[in-house]
Design a protein around this ligand. Structure first.
Ligand code: FES
Length: 111
């Protein structure tokens, strides 16, 4: 039996009636079944899948410093722009999205 269909890589996701989070206060949204942390940092929007690849910590509750976010559970650090691991214990990147506003719609593009 087939499982739920997942958004295809390279897809675009839209969330209407979205209000940008204030700087320093990331928020979590669910878009097409994906839980995404959205950050407003240095005048840019960034979006990462919100579950840390180590043990699932909430990256929307992580501390943002420079262009990185630190997982609140065990301290893994991920680049906001790419989701790459900058410091473990995580070894796998989190999914990163290009994020922009179109009016009041949040547009996320899978990379
Ligand atoms: S769950 Fe994020 S570092 Fe462990």
């Amino acid at each position: 039996m087939a499982g739920p269909s997942l958004p295809r890589p390279g897809g675009v996701h839209r969330l209407d009636a979205f209000t940008e989070p204030p700087p320093g206060e990331p928020i979590r949204v669910d878009v097409d079944g994906i839980s995404v942390a959205v950050y407003n940092h240095d005048g840019h929007l960034y979006a990462l899948e919100s579950r840390c690849t180590h043990q699932g910590g909430p990256l929307d509750e992580g501390e943002v410093s420079g262009a990185s976010v630190t997982c609140p559970w065990h301290g893994s650090v991920f680049a906001l722009a790419t989701g790459q691991v900058e410091r473990g214990p995580a070894t796998r990147p989190v999914r990163a999205f290009g994020a922009r506003m179109e009016g009041t719609t949040l547009v996320l593009e899978e990379r």
